[in-house]
Each structure stands twice: as structure tokens, then as C-alpha cells.
Design a protein around this ligand. Structure first.
Ligand code: FES
Length: 142
């Protein structure tokens, strides 16, 4: 499978716009309420211990976005799967696109699919890496 992107929910869209940006803005607004970010439940928490995608959903040299739980799954090398939070560290938008890099379309940040490190744009912090395990074709969020 070549580089590209698909949604683990079965859609084959390259961009997830609109509601994702609005959801990201809501997260930013909530950050001003006084609760420390590390104490706040994360969108991924509801999916911990569950299968979030199949390996066949994640193209080699690219990735996909699991909208529920805001998870970016990538496969930088054949059989090497990585997971990151889809919450952009710049201003909290939900990552909308994965091609050769991970793209946040809100302000143009790009992140490396192998490391989550910022490559371009206003973001200066990496995406949060998430622990996953692969059994057969099942990708489970740990
Ligand atoms: S919120 Fe992602 S680049 Fe600004």
C-alpha cells in the first residue's frame, strides 16, 4: 500500500475539516478553566485497552486518523506502527491529514510520522506519543 491517508472509520478522505477544528477550539477554551492539563481526561482515555484500527487501515509511509479518541496512527516503515495524539500542541486543533507527514491544517504545522516531532509551522512541541500493541491485524491502544 502506498503513501496516503484513510480514516479508520472507513472513510477514504484526506481531510477531516469543520467539526474537528471546532472541537479543537473547544479544548483550547477549556484550558483556561484552572485545571492542570495533565489532570484533565484525554480524548484517547475512553479507548484504552480496545482495538482502535486494523493494520490494513494504516498505509505504509503514511497514516490515518481515528476520529473517535483523536488518534493518529502511522506506519513509517513496513510493519512499524506508531500512535500519537491528534491534538495539535500548537493551539489544540485536531490533526486533520496524514500523508508523507502529519498535517495540522489550522495553522500549517507538520509533524514527522516516525517521531511526532514538528517539522514546520508554528508548533514547536512534538505530538504526544501513545502506546499501542499489534496482535495479528489488530492495533490496540494501551
Ligand atoms: S493548532 Fe495546529 S498548527 Fe495551530
Amino acid at each position: 500500500m502506498g503513501a496516503g491517508s484513510t480514516c479508520a472509520c472507513g472513510m477514504s478522505r484526506r481531510r477531516l475539516l469543520g467539526a474537528a477544528g471546532i472541537a479543537g477550539a473547544a479544548v483550547v477554551g477549556a484550558s483556561a478553566c484552572g485545571t492542570r492539563d495533565e489532570d484533565r481526561p484525554k480524548p484517547q482515555d475512553v479507548l484504552r485497552g480496545t482495538v482502535v484500527a486494523q493494520t490494513t487501515d494504516v498505509p505504509e509511509g503514511g497514516g490515518t486518523i481515528v476520529v473517535e479518541g483523536k488518534i493518529v496512527l502511522t506506519q513509517p516503515e513496513p510493519g512499524d506502527y506508531r500512535a500519537y495524539s491528534a491534538v495539535c500542541p500548537h493551539a489544540g486543533c485536531t490533526i486533520q491529514e496524514v500523508e508523507v507527514n502529519i498535517h495540522c491544517l489550522c495553522h500549517g504545522s507538520e509533524f514527522d510520522i516516525a517521531t511526532g516531532q514538528p517539522l514546520a509551522g508554528p508548533a514547536t512541541s512534538p505530538l504526544e506519543e501513545l502506546a499501542i500493541s499489534v496482535s495479528g491485524t489488530d492495533i490496540t491502544l494501551e
